[in-house]
Design a protein around this ligand. Structure first.
Ligand code: SF4
Length: 311
């Protein structure tokens, strides 16, 4: 079936954090697109992804593929997927998703968006001028920055729990079972170092060779690597060094199953936490994660940190 030329497009994007994606949806609408967000991720969404991808592929591919299937079932016909142009699978997700969805018989157009092509792609889909696109994206950045400043802030009274890990798992509250609000309910302050603004900041600092306030930790992190690793492997080691240097109460390492960069840095994370006497809880996430088990481990971990801080 060939898409009718005059029919307005129904553009969709997969979830990665409710607030981020709702704000992005608003911005795309302001740029002239008709946006149709997928239904929020549920177990059913994840199961659709599980059934249509390789068992051992890293977990974010599964819910995002499920998001696309549910959006297409609701009438979306134009899919936008971020392409990291980096060194891990995220670079290839859109190709794998396109292949799986075509095999399922869907009729759609897939656009990969990255730091090199976002201007022409957004212009083609919405018709806005480059100036308007840049202004709208700047406004979007300002709005998510407000959200992320609260996420990254330390508490002066409560035990602070640093979060490092893979970005999708750290940002999407459906995927990480609302870990930040669970930490808050247990009487501690989550300090999430893996936010969308931290990712954009790091990407632009690196691409444009801008000076970085975190240079010292980035330099220290380099000794662990033989060049680029992909994902947030390096950034996480740099953030961890900064957290332990500032005496964080404890660290949570959140990662999706079979994530290449995050599994590669596990021994370094363990060693840095051990040397600095910093408690660390690692939480791998996939379709088999049980929320009750995650809650029990989290509760014990935060109790331990509270006891240490009292002493
Ligand atoms: S960072 Fe990890 S989870 Fe994300 S695409 Fe790369 S390998 Fe997969």
């Amino acid at each position: 079936m060939i898409m009718q030329i005059n029919k307005p497009r129904n553009v969709t994007i997969p979830w990665m954090g409710k607030d981020y994606i709702e704000l992005l949806g608003e911005s795309l609408t302001n740029l002239g697109m008709q946006v149709q967000l997928p239904p929020r991720t549920t177990n059913k969404t994840i199961q659709i992804g599980v059934r249509n991808t390789a068992e051992m592929v890293c977990f974010p591919l599964k819910p995002t593929l499920g998001n696309f299937v549910e959006a297409l079932d609701n009438g979306a016909d134009t899919l936008l997927m971020f392409d990291s142009q980096g060194q891990c699978r995220l670079r290839h997700y859109w190709k794998i998703q396109e292949f799986a969805l075509k095999n399922l018989g869907y009729d759609f157009e897939m656009y990969n968006v990255n730091f090199s092509n976002f201007l022409p792609v957004l212009r083609k889909l919405g018709g806005a001028s480059y100036v308007k696109i840049l202004k709208e994206l700047y406004r979007f950045y300002g709005r998510i920055k407000e959200i992320d400043e609260a996420k990254e802030k330390w508490s002066a009274k409560l035990p602070n729990i640093g979060i490092i890990g893979e970005i999708f798992t750290c940002c999407d509250e459906r995927i990480n079972y609302g870990i930040e609000s669970k930490i808050r309910k247990l009487g501690a302050k989550p300090v999430n170092t893996v936010t969308l603004t931290s990712f954009l900041r790091a990407s632009f600092v690196e691409k444009l060779h801008l000076p970085s306030k975190k240079k010292r930790y980035e330099k220290q992190a380099e000794i662990y690597f033989n060049g680029g690793l992909g994902g947030h492997g390096k950034e996480n080691i740099s953030s961890l060094l900064e957290l332990v240097d500032n005496n964080i109460g404890g660290v949570i390492h959140l990662l999706p199953m079979s994530c290449m960069p995050e599994t590669s840095i596990e021994p370094f994370v363990d060693s840095i936490c051990r040397k600095n006497n910093t408690p660390m809880l690692r939480i791998p996430i996939d379709e088999n994660t049980a929320e009750a088990n995650l809650e029990t481990r989290l509760e014990t971990f935060i109790e331990l940190i509270k006891m240490r801080e009292k002493k």
